[in-house]
Each structure stands twice: as C-alpha cells, then as structure tokens.
Design a binder for this molecule. Structure first.
Ligand code: OAD
Length: 263
C-alpha cells in the first residue's frame, strides 16, 4: 500500500501529510471517535455519477463550451451582456445531469448526517445530487442548477425539466429569471460561507472530497478547519494544492473511499 509522508514549512509551522491509497485503522478509529464532522465536496464527488468535472481527474471534463471557457460563460459579466447564452450554457448542464443518479459517495455522506452529534455538508456543486441521495441539510455554496431567481421580485423558482422551452424562463410575476447559481464575480449566497466556516472551525474531523481546492472562498474551509485544530482528510484520486496542507490524503475515488470509513 502506498504511504508517503510529506512535510511543508508554512509560516514557520511544520505540517505533515500522509498520502495513502486506502483508509487504514488509524483513520477509521478517528472516524469512529469523531463527534463533530464537517465535509466540503466538489465536482469530483459527482464524477462517478457521470457528471463532468471542471479541471480533470474524473474522466470527463468540461472546461470549454461552444469554444468559450466556462469561467467566461459562468460570469456576472456574461449574464449582463448575453443572458440567453448563459441560460443556454446552464440548460446544457441541466441536460447533462438530467438522468444521473447519486453514487456511493453521496450515499455515504447522507448516512453520515445521521451518525454524528454534529454534521455539516457544504458543497460547491450545483447538481442537487446530495439532496437526491437523502442529505437533508446541504450548504450550497455555489447555488443550484435546478432553480432560477427572479430579477425583479427575487423569488426562487424550481425550473421545469431541461430543455427549457422559453429562454429566459419567466417568474410568475412575469419578469425574467436568472440561474440561481453563483457566477464568477459574484458573492456567495447570504450566510452560506459563514455557516460552513462555523462548522469547519467547530469540527474535530474535516473531509475535503473531490475538489481541486483552487476556487475561493470554498478552498479556505479546510484551512480554517485545520487552523482551528481539526484533523483534515482529503479524498481525491489526485494530489491537489491542498495535499501538503492536510493531515491525510486518500488517493482514491469518493465512492470507493468514503464507505471504507464505515467498514
Ligand atoms: P474541479 O473540476 O476543479 O476539481 C475536481 C476534483 O475532483 C479534481 O481534483 C479531481 O482530481 C477530483 N476527482 C475526480 N474524480 C473524482 C472521484 N471519483 N472522487 C473524488 N475526487 C475526484 O472541481 P471543483 O474543485 O469542485 O465554480 O471546482 C470548484 C469550482 O470551480 C466549481 O464549483 C465551479 C468551478 O468553476 C463555479 O461555477 C462558481
């Protein structure tokens, strides 16, 4: 079994991260003893359901669409200049997730919600798969693909199935909706980050699953957890920028790895 120990010096502090391929007894007993657990997920948790990731590692990735980078398509600037293109892009993504099902990783996290004294699940994903797996409380840091928000009355509306017949879709008040997702250049939903940060700072075990951890402020959460004294475990088939800054990295797929904690 692969087991590598790497150390980094950051601001005079020496951190040690153990990189391994399977969950070992030490990690399993930490899991068994934990009372307060917080989790941050990213696109990788949905990769085994067939949802493309953004930056690789999952087989299918989506970084460009119609020749434009996703950062441009998913931007506040694009919404202001070409809202129909933004809707077409998000409706395309709704089409990609239309028939997908939650996988073993989502299902494990739904079980964990019932297991611990305190449990918090924050996701950067907008696909709704945590809720579909049975997670009842999900902090959606980047919004939800299946909702629109009225540009006039600010009401949230569940969208009809993809493909949308009318673009932009309309609110019952008659005004256009925008996707209820966080675009580049926009703030996170009110209170969402603060809620996730509070859980990160109050937990004894923090999991960071399936994220390249390069998009902020979500990427600050594992750092906040560790600074507050939590043991931080990363689950990802690849090393990330975060790897040297966590306590343990399990190099594997979320669906395989998360259930190993329960064995
Ligand atoms: P990325 O696409 O950047 O990273 C996905 C991560 O998942 C990579 O590190 C992969 O190695 C890992 N991965 C792939 N398959 C996996 C599996 N089966 N199990 C576990 N991990 C796996 O996605 P995010 O980090 O979520 O923001 O991206 C963050 C944000 O960037 C997104 O929420 C989105 C995007 O721009 C907005 O749209 C605002």
């Amino acid at each position: 079994m692969l087991r590598i120990e790497c150390c980094v010096e950051t601001s005079g502090e020496r951190w040690k991260c153990v990189i391994q391929e399977r969950v070992n007894e030490e990690l399993r007993s930490r899991f068994a003893a934990a009372r307060r657990v917080a989790v941050l997920t990213g696109a990788g948790i949905s990769a085994e359901s067939g949802v493309p990731t953004f930056r690789g590692g999952g087989g299918a990735t989506i970084w460009e669409w119609r020749g434009r980078p996703v950062t441009e398509l998913s931007s506040a600037e694009m919404l202001a200049t070409d809202p129909i293109l933004v809707w077409e892009w998000f409706d395309h993504r709704r089409g990609l997730v239309k028939d997908v099902k939650p996988n073993a990783g989502h299902e494990a996290l739904a079980r964990w919600e019932l297991r611990f004294t305190a449990f918090s699940l924050a996701t950067q994903n907008i696909d709704g798969l945590h809720a579909a797996a049975g997670s009842r409380k999900v902090i959606e840091l980047h919004g939800n693909l299946h909702r629109g928000r009225c540009l006039k009355c600010a009401a949230m509306r569940e969208l009809p199935p993809s493909p949308l017949a009318v673009l932009p879709p309309l609110c019952s008040c008659g005004a256009p909706l925008r996707p209820d997702v966080v675009l580049f250049g926009e703030m996170l939903p009110d209170g969402a980050y603060e809620c996730a940060e509070k859980a990160a700072e109050g937990c004894d075990l923090f999991f960071v699953v399936g994220t390249s951890a390069v998009v902020f402020p979500a990427a600050l959460l594992p750092r906040a957890a560790r600074s507050a004294g939590a043991f931080v475990i990363e689950v990802n088939p690849e090393e990330t920028e975060l790897t040297p800054r966590v306590d343990a990295t399990i190099l594997g797929k979320a669906g395989d790895v998360l259930k190993q904690f329960e064995e």
